[in-house]
Design a protein around this ligand. Structure first.
Ligand code: DC
Length: 215
């Protein structure tokens, strides 16, 4: 039998990844940060010196991607996020990645996937869908703090501009744009810490997960 799926979507630096990891830990579920899959395709193209808009080449990289070898440390660089957003507009790339993401979502006893199109496209039947958001300024402050800690010299204003540009591209693309599913629960983390967001998510999951798959 397929496992219980928690679908989490939202823009960059909304807190969805941290929330997804907490939920996976709490319930003993598998976790997939689907942003890493788009980032891995973008990084492979950048490393090969290939253009980011060659759809058939990018789709071939996506089809060959090893989901077990996604390394957050090397893929989390700010510039790779921008490149991933460009790669993610291509339908052939999305089709290849979504197929594997769906198989991951079915892993028992359950899986938490976070991204942009999990509740709308990858797992439209997920029993719990969360849409995590925060104002661009709050998200830019979070991302800026991470970048500063890593010793990168980007200014706060540059980070805010990049996030807004990425939001616009991710929301305006024709294939699987960033938007909440109609049945998603909205969690605005602008003034909510991770513990409060987690408690809200846990209430929703426990109400839906009544067959005892909880740890
Ligand atoms: O969540 P992230 O910053 O790691 O995502 C990087 C880019 O990947 C994001 O700007 C758009 C794309 N993406 C997507 O199109 N669909 C997903 N499910 C996840 C990420």
């Amino acid at each position: 039998m397929a496992g219980f799926t928690v679908a989490i979507d939202g823009p960059a630096a909304s807190g969805k990844g941290t929330l997804a990891r907490h939920i996976a830990d709490e319930y003993g579920f598998h976790h997939l940060d689907t942003g890493l899959t788009y980032r891995a395709v973008a990084k492979a193209l950048l490393d090969a010196g290939a253009p980011l808009d060659d759809e058939s080449r990018a789709a071939a990289v996506a089809a060959d991607l090893d989901f077990s070898g996604l390394d957050r440390a090397t893929l989390s660089a700010h510039g790779i996020g921008e490149a991933a957003s460009r790669v993610a507009v291509m339908p052939q790339v999305r089709a290849a990645l979504v197929e594997v993401q769906r198989r991951f979502a079915a892993r028992p006893p359950g899986a938490v996937l976070d991204g942009r199109d999990i509740g709308t496209v990858v797992c439209p039947d997920a029993p719990v869908k969360l849409y995590v958001t925060a104002t661009p300024e709050v998200r830019a402050r979070r991302r800026f703090a991470e970048i500063e800690a890593a010793g990168n010299g980007l200014s706060y204003d540059a980070v805010l501009e990049d996030l807004k540009k990425r939001d616009a591209r991710d929301s305006a693309r024709a294939d699987s744009p960033l938007r909440p599913a109609e049945d998603a629960h909205l969690l605005d983390t602008s003034e909510m810490d991770i513990e409060a967001a987690f408690r809200a998510a846990k209430r929703l999951i426990d109400a839906a997960n009544t067959d005892g798959t909880r740890k």
